[in-house]
Design a protein around this ligand. Structure first.
Ligand code: NAD
Ligand code: UGA
Length: 484
């Protein structure tokens, strides 16, 4: 039936109970928005991770496991009414008419396809649970990002089991396009909702849920494989724009062109568009790299090596951008950063999220640590523990009475300083490296740098965020991505 949604005029099944397996960055916000717009449906979000579920149920909304602007207000409105978080997968699956699968699908680290293919063990795990516990007819919806034709695997597992019972399943693909940091707005006002499937009744049932708040013209229905491939393609195209503009940023720095002027001039062509052309330290986040690697794996699998190479270069360029920034920092600081204090402002992969997965800050910090730098890291939302996890080293708190780092330049121990405020991070530093475009950093006053840094000092504004920035040019050097 692959028609645009507003032509669907069959009657859908009434959904009274939804289960979402996976209470992460997608499952949590997406179900909160569905619960808000569908008060007649009970929505149960389940996860194996007890700590995560406890945080979702925490009375203090500051302790929710993920930070997303606007999420706390929705949770306050619907939690305990028709939105529930628990670890009881079995019971929630038994009750559900419709199940979203929103579990993690990282890149495989071992075995066939390691380093490229998606690791589907979590998908398989929950599909087996669904096949065990579901009752009657259940619509199973792929919300996680999956390789093309995964629905076939899901169907095989579900239908093998159901042959012996009276249970039946319909499988749909409904990839999520939200971006972290703007997840609630993206879910409330999506530019499209994509539903892929073969069973018209199941499609109409999911369609009717979204139609409660999404304009029907924006709900696209396709076949299941187009839906799965569209998700990978969308992420690959977005990432491609960032690698393209970052490649040009390096050329700007060599030639004296200004990256902002170039993006403005280029983006004004409507065929190109202005969005997603901001040069920076490279893309991060849990999905772009993994989804492109997945696409590369699929292309090789289907014997299209040229196509695989084409997409692989988007990732190679991204890695190169990060390496070129850390190399440039070392070169500018007279070729050595050993024992020097370097303030790192921002560790999340973008502003307005506490997510650090694949953040460009990880590679850049590791490179500087390898060269012996003493990093003083600040981030308004990322926890000290999370940075320790990502860098694989311990941290120390900066001595509050004197935040300068003294006399430890020759120690062998590798650690970083965790700074609760920006001033502690910048105080006595030889360089400041801005890696995330947090609002907190945009209006920093030149005086913070002029009076507190060790001179001659460098500011590396890798996101070009500092507004109208006037530093003392005799003592402070100012580098901006794409401007030099
Ligand atoms: P996440 O790691 O934040 O959350 C996944 C959760 O699933 C974890 O809490 C994990 O404990 C749980 N889980 C795994 N197996 C389980 C099982 N058998 N039973 C119960 N719980 C289980 O991941 P995420 O960022 O929410 O991403 C989920 C999927 O959505 C991925 O496929 C990702 O590619 C896709 N996606 C993510 C985003 C994003 O912005 N993060 C956007 C669009 C799509
Ligand atoms: C991205 C997509 O934008 C979502 O549509 C998709 O659903 C999601 O991946 C996913 O599948 O996980 P997300 O990774 O949350 O969302 O955030 P983006 O806003 O896309 O940013 C990704 C990275 O690109 C960040 O590191 C960001 O700083 C960088 N970026 C983005 C730039 O360097 N320049 C830009 O112009 C835009």
């Amino acid at each position: 039936m692959h028609v645009v949604g507003n032509k669907l005029n069959i009657k859908s099944t009434v959904v009274k109970n939804i289960c979402c397996i996976g209470a992460g960055y997608v499952g949590g916000p997406t179900m909160a928005v569905i619960a808000k717009h569908c008060p007649e449906i009970q929505v149960n979000v389940v996860d194996l991770n007890k700590n995560r579920i406890n945080s979702w149920n925490d009375i203090n909304l500051n302790n929710l496991p993920i930070f997303e602007p606007g999420l706390d207000l929705i949770i306050k409105e619907v939690r305990g009414k028709n939105l529930h978080f628990s670890t009881d997968v079995k019971d929630s699956v038994i009750q559900a008419d419709l199940i979203f699968i929103a579990v993690n699908t990282p890149t495989k680290s071992k075995g066939i396809g390691a380093g490229q293919a998606s690791d589907l063990r979590w998908i398989e795990g929950c599909v087996r649970e669904i096949s065990e516990y579901a009752q009657g007819h259940t619509i199973v919806v792929e919300k996680s990002t999956l390789p093309v034709r995964t629905a076939e695997v899901i169907e095989k597992i579900l239908n093998t089991k159901s042959k012996n019972d009276d249970k039946t399943f319909s499988i749909l693909s409904n990839p999520e396009f939200l971006s972290e940091g703007t997840a609630i707005d993206d879910l409330e006002n999506p530019n499209r909702v994509l539903i892929g499937g073969e069973d018209e009744l199941a499609i109409k049932t999911l369609y009717d849920i979204y139609a409660k708040w999404v304009n029907k013209e924006k709900i696209i229905c396709t076949n299941i494989w187009s839906s799965e491939l569209s998700k990978l393609t969308a992420n690959a195209f977005l990432a491609q724009r960032i690698s393209s503009i970052n490649a040009i940023s390096a050329l700007c720095e060599k030639t004296g062109a200004d990256i902002n002027e170039v993006t403005n001039a280029v983006g004004k062509d409507e065929r190109i568009g202005e969005k997603f052309l901001k040069s920076g330290p490279g893309f991060g986040g849990s999905c772009f790299k993994k989804d492109i690697l997945n696409l590369v794996y699929l292309c090789n699998y289907f014997n299209l090596p040229e196509v695989a190479d084409y997409w692989m270069n988007i990732i190679n360029l991204n890695h190169w951008q990060q390496k070129r920034i850390s190399k440039l920092i070392i070169e500018k600081l007279f070729g050595t950063v050993t024992g020097k204090k370097i303030a790192i402002l921002g560790f999340s992969f973008k502003a307005n999220t506490n997510d650090t997965r694949e953040s460009p800050a990880i590679q850049i910090c590791k490179d500087l640590l390898d060269e012996g730098a003493k990093l003083a890291i600040h981030d308004p939302r990322v926890s000290q523990k999370n940075i320790e996890f990502e860098l694989g080293i311990k941290s120390k708190n900066i001595d509050e009475s004197d935040s300068r780092i003294k006399g430890d330049s020759l120690t062998q121990e590798i650690y970083f300083y965790w700074c609760e405020n920006i001033k502690d991070s910048v105080n006595g530093a030889d360089a400041v490296v801005i890696l995330t475009e947090w609002n907190e950093y945009k209006n920093l006053k030149p005086n913070l740098f002029n009076t507190n840094m060790r001179k001659p000092a460098w500011i590396f504004d890798c996101r070009d965020v500092l507004n109208n920035f006037q530093v003392d040019k005799n003592t402070i050097n100012y580098w901006r991505v794409g401007k030099g």
